[in-house]
Ligand binder design. Structure first.
Ligand SMILES: [Zn+2]
Length: 429
């Protein structure tokens, strides 16, 4: 286990050392500060960070709190919280480019889309994302551009192409046989999937994304039907963990969810048809459940207009409500949950719309915020770096007018964004 952790740290060190950092120390004065990990709210706090953008102290405001020569950014009329984290995004996709229209979009073009969406996501208050599935390693290019300081965007953990079975959700089934087209991530059988894990890591993946079951936006498959076998997922998890990477499994289907958990996968994405046994297994294995319970509204209202397949809209109709009910069940049962939206299926920069859904379906605002900060950071393996405003963490901090604990929708309108001590947006009154 120790070697595993060490490898993981080595893998991520490169990502962090290259991050855009503040060049001088600084501070922020917060009227209210939400500490979601502890579930408490502090008043009149001063957050001080050093020239590398790391927080050096968080303390009650007093005449001696501020180090000499440092002026604090004044957020004394606002509520501060840790920069938000979305663990399920597709920055290089837009909803208009799903289905047949997407066949005419090149990988270089999707990279440009990713640059645009990285900025939108950061300005919306999401200072870290986990991007789970992109063609041609376009996500690696966006991540590296951000880390080099060339473009604006959140800290990114990226998967590259998602692994999937021939003809499955992560294969492209839109074209006829004579085009001989197969998606980059397709691999069948335990040794082939191990090779594919090695390959995506070779080209820059921080984590492995797989498709365990069928999906909604793919042609000709069933969301509830298993795709990868238990044996294949065990091989993927073993290979990925050996190489210091976590695995996220797309799984709507009841059996796929349980197989993925038993195989040692780190997070279940969508989790739509999870049953009581699945919830119990997730708790037992410490597996994170990620429920993208907002995008249903977008797919049903806009899907047809933006060119999603009619069968996709029918699948969403069958799944949407069940997913929300199971979200509530899993939360009440005490399963570990992280905030993930599937942005890309719906417009980027509106990730925070999911908070209100999470509250509507059983969470308190504090729980929803914890899912998008401390919990998400734990899933990413970055709990010591992001997800809370405390000493040793990056000065990734956002602020809103008003109180998200009484109206979680205030998070849809983030006025102040700081990443690593750098102010990227300041519209606080
Ligand atoms: Zn997705």
């Amino acid at each position: 286990m120790k070697t595993h952790v060490k490898l993981m740290l080595a893998a991520f060190a490169a990502v962090f050392s290259a991050s855009t950092a503040q060049s001088a120390p600084g501070a922020v004065r917060c009227g209210k500060l939400i500490d979601a990990r502890a579930g408490r709210v502090l008043s009149d706090q001063v957050v001080v960070f050093d020239a590398t953008g790391i927080i050096t102290s968080v303390a009650a405001d007093s005449p001696t709190t501020l180090p000499e020569g440092i002026t604090a950014v004044d957020l004394s009329h606002a509520t501060c919280l840790a920069g938000l984290i979305d663990v399920h995004t597709h920055l290089t996709s837009d909803p208009e480019n799903l289905g047949y229209k997407g066949l005419g979009v090149s990988v270089p073009r999707t990279t440009v889309t990713g640059v645009k969406n990285a900025r939108l996501t950061l300005l919306a208050g999401f200072t870290t994302v986990r991007n789970v599935g992109a063609d041609g390693f376009s996500d690696v290019a966006v991540r590296d551009g951000i880390n080099a300081g060339e473009i604006d965007g959140p800290r990114m953990l990226v998967s590259g192409p998602a692994l999937g079975i021939t003809g499955g959700h992560c294969d492209d089934t839109l074209l006829a046989y004579e085009y001989h087209h197969t998606s980059e991530g397709v691999a069948d059988g335990p040794w082939a999937v191990r090779e594919k894990v090695r390959q995506v890591i070779k080209y820059g993946a921080d984590l492995i994304k797989i498709c365990a079951s069928g999906g909604v936006l793919s042609k000709g498959d069933l969301p509830g039907a298993p795709q990868y076998t238990l044996e294949e997922m065990q091989a993927i998890a073993a290979e990925a963990h050996k190489l210091g990477r976590k695995v996220a499994a797309h799984a709507h289907g009841t059996e796929s969810i349980k197989d993925a958990i038993r195989a040692g996968i780190d997070s279940i994405e969508h989790s739509s048809l999870i049953d009581d046994e699945g919830i119990a297994l997730a708790k037992q294995h410490g597996t994170f459940l990620v429920f993208d319970i907002y995008n249903d509204d977008y797919i049903l209202s806009m899907g047809e207009k933006v060119g999603m397949l009619p069968e996709s809209i029918e699948k969403e109709k069958a799944l949407g409500r069940l997913q929300r009910e199971n979200f509530r069940k899993a939360f009440q049962a005490g399963a570990k949950m992280a905030f993930g939206t599937d942005a890309g299926v719906y417009p980027h920069g509106t990730n925070a719309k999911q908070f209100a859904k999470m509250v509507e379906w059983g969470m308190q605002p504090m729980d929803a915020i914890r899912a998008a900060t401390a919990n998400a950071a734990e899933l990413l393996g970055w709990a010591d770096k992001v997800g809370e405003i405390s000493k040793g963490h990056f000065a990734d901090l956002i602020a809103v007018d008003g109180n998200p604990l009484s109206d979680v929708k205030t998070l849809e309108n983030v006025q102040f964004v700081m990443k690593g001590g750098m102010v990227v947006k300041n519209g606080v009154k």
